[in-house]
Write a new protein. Structure first.
Length: 68
């Protein structure tokens, strides 16, 4: 029988927003949506930075970025 040589490595830790940090950001985002200044958002969690990006239109660069 062949020996299993594949090793499962745990994922690298990533920076993320805690819910207490995310709530005020989402509150501001909601106000921007109501004012017609934002339509979409994205959250990126990387090993060295977390990013909350707010977009005015779906197919453009973010209008605002919050980095942790």
């Amino acid at each position: 029988m062949a020996e299993n040589t594949h090793r499962i490595t745990p994922p690298e830790p990533r920076i993320a927003f805690h819910k207490t940090e995310l709530q005020p950001i989402l509150d501001v985002y909601g106000r921007l949506v109501m004012a017609g200044k934002a339509r979409d958002y994205a959250i990126g969690m990387h090993k060295d930075v977390a990013i909350f990006a707010i977009f005015r239109r779906h197919a453009e660069n973010p209008t605002w970025r919050i980095e942790k």
